[in-house]
Design a protein around this ligand. Sequence first.
Ligand code: NDP
Length: 297
Amino acid sequence: MNEHEPPVPVTVIGLGAMGKALAAAFLAAGHPTTVWNRSAGNADSLVADGAMRAATITEAVTAGPLVVVCLLDYPVLHEVLEPAGDVLAGRALLNLTNGTPAQARETADWAAQRGAGYLDGGIMAVPPMIGQPEARVLYSGSRPVFDEYEQTLNRLGTATYVGTDPGLASLYDLALLSAMYGQFAGASHALALVGTEKADPAEFASSLLTPWLTATTIALPLLAQRNDTSTQAAEESDSPPDMQAVAIANIVTASNSQNVDEALLSHLLIPLRDLIGQSAHGRDLAGMVDLIKKTTE
Ligand code: NDP
């Protein structure tokens, strides 16, 4: 589609917090937007803004060429879409429901059996961000579908295609969420530690923790280095493994004496200390990724 063509009619199925934001972004960009939700009342504000309410799932799917689904999970998606399986042929199914790579691949096969093009997506944003370039949405699956609707997809946020394997977008999505939850867990532990003394957690968070976490992102490319370069990296490192193992041991000791729960420590920091402290590994943070992976070799 070029920029002079009229906006593509879009259907949005699932009007929870995220689905409503998606539909609102399409409406704001001038797309004829048909909506469906199990609880019909969720569509009221969108209909007031110009959306068309579909009475049935079949009516929703047949309203246009691009069907966007954003539901609680994949079992719900299949329960909702199965009755409309016969009318999917020739349409593009874009699934923005969070799930696993295996669920995405199964759903791509399911769509292919019904003659639909399939794109899976991972939304790296919260609903208020939808419609802004800061909202990144990852896509994988049919390249022709992505190319045909890229401009429409950019209405939701910055559309980023990551590969033809339909499971890749959810793999990347879950990987990014894993990094986020790891950071939240570490930050929560830090705030709990500081909170054991007469310190202001809000002041600590804004003046020290946030700049510190931002500065530490400089180490991320090092983590991504391949194993075969890690030994050399360790030899040249400014932060050798032995030094890091001592610092981690001190976090464990101080946390115990400050009476901070060691759930996070026992699952993350203590194994990490042991791993990077093993002389057989003798390597810097660059070796961590390989140490975490379960190998079948
Ligand atoms: P909500 O809980 O707000 O909405 C869930 C949606 O699923 C509603 O439309 C709900 O319908 C529908 N649903 C649940 N169970 C059934 C069922 N048995 N039959 C039919 N419909 C059902 O979730 P969100 O909108 O926030 O999330 C939707 C997807 O978006 C999720 O996969 C989520 O991971 C993803 N996402 C959400 C983000 C967020 O910050 N909210 C951020 C990034 C991704 P009803 O209204 O009738 O209950």
